[in-house]
Write a protein that binds this ligand. Structure first.
Ligand SMILES: Cc1ncc(COP(=O)(O)O)c(C=O)c1O
Length: 364
């Protein structure tokens, strides 16, 4: 499997391809930008930036508890500087000092799980998704666990494959892993799963199971540049995470943006509706072009590089069209395209169509 590589920035691409219109479809960002209400809230903090932020995130966790309801309280939430910060905090909280530690991941998956664990000297045990379907081996994950395993990471819908699993699979995983191992259920793309009934992981938290749900403001809320995410878990786990946080871990701008973003239902609906419609349109277009792709309930689609090409070649061939996509990490022949607004998706399909014609010509 190829390794996780950091994606290019717009500046990198402009430096290589000139000052063309860029369709950034490489990092699963929000094609509508940030929530306007969040931007207003951010601006309203500017005059008070000389004051320290509130010492803790209690206002935000109260807002989150109110938002989700169902008997969750502020003590079931803690915030971080993006979900990556919470992954780091989780490892700090669960790894045992002076002992060996390991995590289990299900590649191809988000790279930060392994990266942060390795920084702490932990072993990373890989229990891969099915090589053809990218289905999770819910029945077999427990077999990968060793005595020093502290965390098992699963992602639903998964990045970079877009594939997803149901309630039965989640319960199989949770019921089969030992009580001293915490299941990290990364659900940062959950809003986009509009055509599939996602597992009810919150009920697992309410049932005091050993699970931590990760959510982010980087995707559906369009606030990736601000670094905001949160964990939902039973009180004992949240308490362990909180103890490891720095004083003033969350700045006042982020906390204002989080609360305003959360309340902006109209913006969220617009984002999700576009994603559902455009995902269906892209599926049809990819089918017409004869490109193999995997079912996605996320804001991106994973497809096979046509004509047996390497993903990196397709990524490069799309750049002159201003279309930025990513080689799907761990997978040398798979490409991940984020779903944009119609104009970007049309440019991507037009470019792919021309690239396939050129590849056909080169084969002759
Ligand atoms: C599966 C997954 N988890 C976590 C993250 C990190 O989210 P955040 O931007 O909140 O740190 C990402 C970001 O791309 C992701 O794809």
């Amino acid at each position: 499997m190829s390794k996780y590589e950091i994606g290019k920035s717009i500046e990198d691409v402009k430096a290589e391809s000139g000052d063309i219109k860029i369709h950034k479809m490489s990092s699963n960002e929000n094609p509508f930008g940030p929530s306007p209400k969040a931007v207003e809230a951010i601006k309203s903090t500017f005059d008070e930036l000389h004051y320290y932020p509130p010492r803790d995130d209690s206002k935000t966790t109260q807002a989150l508890a109110k938002h989700f309801g169902r008997g969750l309280t502020a003590s079931n939430f803690t915030t971080g500087n993006g979900a990556v910060d919470l992954i780091n905090l989780l490892e700090n909280a669960m790894f045992k000092e002076g002992e060996s530690n390991s995590i289990v991941i299900c590649p191809p998956c988000f790279g930060s799980y392994a990266a942060t664990a390795k920084l702490k000297g932990a072993k990373v045990i890989e229990h891969s998704l099915d090589a053809e379907t990218f289905d999770i081996d819910s029945a077999g994950i427990a077999n990968a666990i060793t005595e020093d395993t502290r965390l098992v990471y699963v992602c639903n819908p998964n990045n970079p494959t877009g594939t997803y699993f149901d309630q039965e699979a989640l319960m199989k995983i949770l019921d089969s892993i030992p009580e001293n191992v915490t299941l990290v259920y990364d659900e940062v793309y959950y809003h986009f799963a509009t055509e599939f009934e996602m597992p009810d992981a919150i009920q697992c938290v309410l049932n005091k199971r050993n699970i931590v749900i990760l959510h982010s403001f980087s995707k559906s809320y369009g606030l990736a540049g601000m670094r905001m995410g949160y964990a939902i878990a039973k009180e004992e786990i949240i308490e362990k995470l909180r103890k490891r946080k720095l004083s003033f871990q969350n700045d006042s701008i982020s906390m204002a943006a989080m609360q305003a973003g959360l309340a902006d239902k109209a913006f969220l609906d617009k984002v999700i509706n576009n994603n559902t419609e455009q995902r269906a349109w892209l599926r049809d277009q990819l089918t017409d072009l004869g490109i193999k792709f995997w079912p996605s309930q996320s804001n991106f689609i994973c497809f096979q590089a046509p004509k047996g090409k390497l993903a990196s070649e397709i990524v490069s061939r799309l750049l002159p069209y201003g279309v930025m996509v990513r080689a799907a990490f761990y997978l040398p022949n798979h490409v991940r395209v984020s779903i944009g607004q119609p104009e970007s998706n049309q440019q991507f399909i037009k470019a792919m169509s021309e690239i396939i014609t050129k590849l056909d010509g080169e084969e002759k």
